[in-house]
Design a protein around this ligand. Structure first.
Ligand SMILES: C[S@@+](CC[C@H](N)C(=O)[O-])C[C@H]1O[C@@H](n2cnc3c(N)ncnc32)[C@H](O)[C@@H]1O
Length: 254
C-alpha cells in the first residue's frame, strides 16, 4: 500500500521532531505526566509518539509503554532517541492508532499528544482507545485546539494545512470533550495551554516551500478578528512569533 500523507510528511521529517523544542520541552509534556499520575506497575499505550517525547516521559514512571505510530521512520527515530536516554522499557509498534491491534481492557493508561488532528476519524479513534483501557483506566489526551468561532477555526485549519498537508482538523476544546464523552469516558479535568511558536522553525520542520512560506506569512499578518487574536503575530522577519493553543483532557473509563 502506498504511504499515506501522514507517513510521507512525518517520514521525511522524523529527526526534526526528535529535536523540536516544542515537542521535547513543551509545557504540555510536563502537564500530561502530572495529570496522568503514572504508577510503577502500569502498562501504558502512547499513541503516535512522533519523536518519542510523550512515550519517554511516561516510560520513566511505569513498567512498560507500548509506543504505536503509523510512520516507520518516526518509530525508528523515536526508538533511537529513547535508547540514547537510557530508557529501555518501551515496545515499538507500527500500526494505525485508529485501529489498535490490542485486546480489550489491556492498558492502565492511554496517552496521545499532538497527533489526533491527523486522524481521519477522531471520534472512532477515541472509541478504540477507550476499548483497550482497563476499567478505571485513564486517557490523557493533548492536542492542538482552535477558537470557538466556526469561521476562525476554519481559517486556522486552512493555515495549518498549507504548512502540513497531512493536517486533518483541529476542533475547539468543547469538540474534543464531546468525542471523549461520546466514547463513554468520564472527563475529570480539562484545561487550555497557550503555545508560543516561532514562525520560521514551525514551517521549516515540515520543509514548507518558499512560496507557501510567503502565503502563510500573508495569512498570518492579514488575519482578522478572532483568528488574529488567536494567532497573535508578533516580531519581524526571522524573529516572528505567533500562538497556537493546546487542550488537555484527563478522562477515566467507568
Ligand atoms: C507531532 S507527532 C507526535 C508528537 C509526540 N506525541 C510528542 O509528544 O512529541 C505526530 C505523530 O502522529 C503520527 N500519526 C498520525 N496519524 C496517525 C495514525 N493514524 N496512527 C498512528 N500514528 C499517527 C505521525 O506518524 C507522527 O509521528
Amino acid at each position: 500500500m502506498p504511504d499515506s500523507l501522514v507517513q510521507q510528511q512525518f517520514g521525511a521529517n522524523a529527526e526534526r521532531y526528535v529535536t523540536s523544542k516544542v515537542h521535547a520541552q513543551g509545557h504540555s509534556l510536563k502537564r500530561m505526566v502530572e495529570l496522568a499520575d503514572p504508577q510503577p506497575g502500569w502498562l501504558a499505550l502512547d499513541v503516535a509518539p512522533g519523536g518519542g517525547h510523550s512515550a519517554l516521559a511516561i516510560a520513566r514512571h511505569v513498567q512498560c509503554v507500548v509506543a504505536l505510530d503509523i510512520t516507520l521512520a518516526m518509530l525508528q527515530a523515536a526508538r533511537d532517541n529513547t535508547r540514547r536516554r537510557g530508557q529501555d522499557n518501551l515496545v515499538w509498534v507500527q500500526a494505525d492508532g485508529g485501529m489498535l491491534p490490542a485486546p480489550e481492557g489491556e492498558f492502565d493508561l492511554v496517552t496521545c499528544r499532538i497527533a489526533l488532528h491527523h486522524f481521519p476519524d477522531q471520534a472512532a479513534a477515541i472509541r478504540d482507545w477507550t476499548r483497550v483501557l482497563k476499567p478505571r483506566g485513564a486517557l490523557l489526551l493533548v492536542d492542538n485546539i482552535g477558537p470557538d468561532d466556526a469561521e476562525a477555526v476554519a481559517f486556522i485549519n486552512r493555515f495549518e494545512t498549507i504548512r502540513d498537508p497531512s493536517h486533518g482538523w483541529i476542533y475547539p476544546l468543547a469538540g474534543l470533550e464531546a468525542f471523549v464523552r461520546d466514547a463513554g469516558l468520564v472527563i475529570e479535568h480539562r484545561e487550555r495551554l497557550l503555545k508560543p511558536m516561532k514562525f520560521y522553525p514551525w514551517m521549516e520542520r515540515m520543509q514548507v516551500s518558499m512560496e507557501d512560506q510567503a502565503m502563510l506569512a500573508r495569512m498570518l499578518w492579514n488575519s482578522k478578528g478572532t483568528a488574529r487574536k488567536f494567532l497573535n503575530p508578533q516580531g519581524e522577519g526571522p524573529e516572528t512569533t505567533f500562538s497556537l493553543q493546546e487542550g488537555i483532557i484527563r478522562a477515566r473509563k467507568p
